[in-house]
Design a protein around this ligand. Structure first.
Ligand SMILES: Nc1ncnc2c1ncn2[C@@H]1O[C@H](COP(=O)(O)OP(=O)(O)OP(=O)(O)O)[C@@H](O)[C@H]1O
Ligand SMILES: [Mg+2]
Length: 368
């Protein structure tokens, strides 16, 4: 089964590892399955989903397993990373493997924690990382352009089209635009999709603030201004989270936790919010399976066909796919259980090409 990956990026010393540790530890605390260490910098985190418990109940399943996202703590990038500065090439190649990015910005002050370029400045810091990603993409595009240019001699139309698209993208990158923000037709996108470009990946910005950032009105307002500006200029969402506060929250029991949240003027842990945002960023939907063994939520890319959804569970299910028996989770809950849903004719039979919908509960029929 393939889990989608969200890479945590940013300058050195901005709190990426602190956030990663909080995220992965929280996963372990909230769910039975949740966190398992893949290696020290990768962790699988459960996606909280209130619907799963109800599906479990209807199916009479004894166990449940949440859907999951993999988070990867990528080492800090520095100026010149695209030229190999600070092992930059290695870290940029890690970024290439990600499906989406969480860009952490330093919003906390602490004299004891050095900032790589003197004073932290959220907007400048953001631009440093953006520039490195853009420069790396330019290098990739240039290399591809060299090859395409040679192929122009063959006089095949396709190479001329590719040449034009690549040049257009090159110009946009040179002007500081990210590829994710360009309006490209599907046909144009085909020329670059396989290149796995860095600025094509969806990004969520997170300002890692000090514990007291939410405690008074002025600070909150100042923070909201930062968030708004980033959302306007970067075209994606921007969250404010204190990685340090989140990791401290994890050490507390529930009553202590509530008191602590109140003290810092917060209503809920930021981690759940972040996990939900990451889920949206990856453009995932959830379907459920439920039987006498367990009820399970599966996070898949929106637009996945039934046969591929089956493949997420087991390759045999994909190979031997016959049919999918489908019911929306709410309909199942209304019926109360599967036999009743069947009686009422609520179970639909769908074929290989059925596009799985948010909240489907699916039983795959397959040959082994
Ligand atoms: N919200 C915060 N408020 C105050 N201090 C913080 C906060 N978040 C992290 N720190 C502190 O900042 C320091 C750097 O954090 P961390 O190691 O997580 O950074 P990093 O981005 O992973 O760095 P690197 O790129 O070097 O791996 C640590 O001492 C950590 O405790
Ligand atoms: Mg780190």
């Amino acid at each position: 089964m393939s889990i989608l990956k969200c890479g945590i990026i940013g300058l050195p010393n901005v709190g990426k590892s602190t956030l990663f540790n909080a995220l992965t530890n929280a996963g372990a605390a909230v769910a039975n399955y949740a966190f398992c260490t893949v290696d020290p910098n990768k962790g699988i985190v459960a996606i909280p989903d209130e619907r799963l418990e109800q599906v479990k109940y209807c199916a009479g399943s004894p166990e449940k397993t949440e859907g999951s996202i993999e988070f990867v703590d990528i080492a800090g990038l520095v100026k010149g990373a695209n030229q190999g500065e600070g092992l930059g090439n290695q870290f940029l190649s890690h970024i290439r493997e990600m499906d989406a990015l969480i860009h952490v910005l330093r919003g906390f002050e602490d004299e004891n924690v050095g900032h790589i370029y003197g004073q932290p400045d959220i907007h400048e810091d953001l631009e440093v990382i953006n520039l490195e990603l853009i420069l790396k993409d330019l290098e990739t595009i240039d290399r591809r352009l060299e090859k395409t240019e040679k192929m122009l001699k063959t006089n095949k139309k396709i190479y001329h089209e590719e040449f034009e698209v690549l040049n257009y993208i090159k110009k946009q990158l040179e002007q500081g635009h990210n590829i994710k923000d360009l309006k490209l037709a599907d046909k144009e996108r085909k020329f670059i999709d396989y290149l796995n470009l860095l600025t094509q990946k969806p990004v969520l910005h997170v300002i890692n603030v000090s514990e007291t950032a939410f405690s008074n009105f002025e600070k909150r307002q100042a923070l909201e201004k930062y968030q708004q500006k980033i959302e306007q200029t970067q075209g994606g969402e921007c969250l404010a989270i204190s990685a340090k506060l989140e990791s401290e929250l994890l050490e507390l029991d529930p009553t202590e936790k509530d008191e602590f949240l109140e003290e810092f003027n917060l209503t809920d842990s930021g981690l759940n919010r972040l996990i939900k945002k990451a889920y949206q960023l990856l453009d995932l939907i959830t379907f459920f399976t439920a039987n006498e063994n367990e009820a399970r939520a599966w996070a898949i890319k929106r637009g996945t066909r039934a046969v591929k959804g089956a493949g997420q569970i087991h390759s045999d299910m994909e190979k031997g796919f016959i049919k999918a028996e489908v019911i929306n989770w709410e309909e199942l809950v209304n019926c109360g259980n599967f036999p009743r849903a069947k009686e009422e004719g609520k179970l639909r039979l769908e074929g290989k090409d059925y596009i799985i919908q948010e909240g489907d509960v699916i039983t795959f029929r397959f040959n082994v």
